[in-house]
Design a protein around this ligand. Structure first.
Ligand code: ATP
Ligand code: MN
Length: 478
């Protein structure tokens, strides 16, 4: 018997009149005659035509939404609209039944919130099929981008004793019996008795270890899970997310920005090239969703146009100080429309400010540089003005911050002085400081939140809908 062919290949087939084997899950079965079959290889279904007069009625009854079937039939030109070919079934075998009374996915539109509760089945919808195929393309493209440029993929640890950002939003890793935790004489937790003999946590960033690699291999990148116990129930934060963190020796901030912009454009281009059908579908989905909104809240561009626009235009680069001036003078600030008014220099930008710059003022992606040192991490290179550091944040429409990065402080004395000022324990980071002791050099890097990138390319509004099984406060189902 001939081999199974995936539906994507079948639909692209130029040859008809051949016998094919196709397997998949039934989306719908109309008029006892037309099966819409999907196997996840594409957003499009193949139509399987059933000769119902010559088919066992007991078999027909089992052709329900969600059932897995195998079909042997002839690939023929389709008379119906919307598809070139269809399969005229010769024999159908039900591989796995699906009780239509109990199957949670009905052939109708379900809300994204409902689908999140049945995340184990939501892969079977058009929307999530498209999202996860795009996610796959982006993941693969990241590896290709860096490998084509001679970067080494470095696996930094997931369990670590350092909290890179010093933000303290970590998940502890312990082997203690929580009901009888060993204590020291002074009543503190005695980590000496724990598995690693010290306090450990899940990593919040692979950057510090990444820098160690760059100080020998020149260009490295990480691509792995990161964990933050931040109790933020936003549409852009997860407790477990994937991050891409390149670190490059001999790069300054300018080189860093150039690489980041080139990478983001490459990723968008790859998705448009390999997932045209999926993005077209997601673009339509978003347009339909926006029809529910008042006119002035709708996007001026469709998803596809927005992606193309990002590809075709240079990102706007300016300093934090310049951005503050623009924000201070902006209409929403003067009319007191911002929840957090922009008054002085030195505070962090809120997402309403970032979105104003990107969506209203410049109407394109923005790279902000040279932030006040007090709102950035200890490892960022200090500018001569004594007030700012060589940081960069890349802000995207609808997303806000998608990348955070900087040129790193390579001067030992400056770095130690900043660690002292910020209360970062030097003894614990002796290995990090060693790179500044032995053969230090200018270097830079950044972190891209993978899910935020998937959100941008798919147009999905909630970050929980672009990772298969989202982790967020009070939720770790599946
Ligand atoms: P934000 O201000 O949005 O919380 P951050 O300043 O904490 O971001 P970084 O520590 O610079 O972010 O992390 C680098 C990148 O990782 C960010 O630009 C963002 O794309 C992504 N990121 C950060 N926190 C999360 C999270 N909780 N869930 C998903 N992605 C995240
Ligand atoms: Mn954060």
């Amino acid at each position: 018997m001939s081999q199974r062919i995936k539906i994507k290949a079948l639909l692209e087939s130029e040859q008809t009149g051949i016998e094919v084997v196709v397997k998949g899950w039934i989306r719908t079965f109309r008029n006892n005659q037309f099966i819409a079959l999907n196997d996840g290889s594409t957003n499009n279904n193949i139509q399987v035509v059933v000769d119902f007069e010559n088919t066992d009625p007991n078999l027909l009854k089992r052709l329900t939404t969600g059932a897995a079937i195998s079909v042997v039939g002839e690939l023929v030109p389709s008379l119906g609209k919307g598809q070139k070919v269809e399969v005229k079934a010769k024999s159908i075998e039900v591989l796995g039944d699906s009780d239509p009374e109990k199957y949670p996915l009905q052939p109708k539109k379900h809300s994204l919130e409902f689908l999140r509760e049945i995340a184990h089945l939501r892969f079977r919808t058009n929307t999530f099929g498209a999202v996860f195929r795009v996610r796959n393309t982006l993941a693969y493209a990241i590896h290709r981008f860096f490998n084509d440029r001679g970067f080494v993929y470095l696996h930094t640890p997931i369990i670590t004793a350092s909290d890179a950002e010093g933000a303290g939003e970590t998940f502890h890793v312990t082997n203690f019996d929580l009901l009888s935790i060993p204590k020291t004489d002074s009543g503190e937790v005695n980590y000496k008795d724990d598995f690693f003999g010290r306090a450990t946590n899940l990593t919040v960033s692979g950057q510090l270890e990444g820098e160690l690699g760059a100080m020998a291999l020149s260009d490295i990148y990480t691509f792995g899970p990161t964990f933050r116990a931040e109790n933020s129930n936003t549409t852009r934060h997860l407790a477990e997310f994937w991050m891409i963190e390149p670190e490059m020796a001999f790069y300054d901030l300018e080189d860093n920005m150039n690489l980041a912009e080139e990478m983001l454009k490459y990723l968008i281009g790859e998705a448009l090239k390999h997932n045209a059908d999926d993005i077209e579908f997601l673009s339509q989905r978003l347009a339909d969703e926006e029809k529910q909104k008042p006119q002035h809240e709708r996007s001026e561009m469709s998803l596809t146009e927005k992606l193309q626009f990002c590809l075709d235009n240079d990102f706007q680069r300016l300093t934090y100080t310049e951005a503050i001036d623009i924000l201070k003078e902006s209409t929403p600030n003067k009319k007191k429309k911002f929840q957090y008014p922009v008054e002085g220099w030195g505070t962090d930008l809120q997402s309403e400010h970032e979105r104003y710059l990107v969506e209203k003022h410049f109407k394109k992606p923005v790279i902000l540089t040279d932030y006040p040192k007090q709102i950035k991490a200890f490892y960022m290179r200090q500018n001569d003005d004594g007030k700012t550091v060589r940081a960069m944040d890349i802000l995207f429409p609808g997303i806000g911050e998608i990348i955070g990065g900087s040129q790193r402080e390579e001067r030992l004395e400056k770095l130690e002085q900043r660690m002292d000022e910020m209360g970062v324990p030097k003894e614990e980071l002796w290995w990090y400081l060693d790179t500044r002791r032995f053969g230090t050099c200018q270097h830079a890097g950044f972190g891209l939140g993978f899910e935020r990138m998937v959100q941008f390319v798919t147009g999905m509004g909630n970050i929980r809908d672009v990772i298969p099984f989202p982790r967020f406060p009070k939720n770790a189902e599946f």
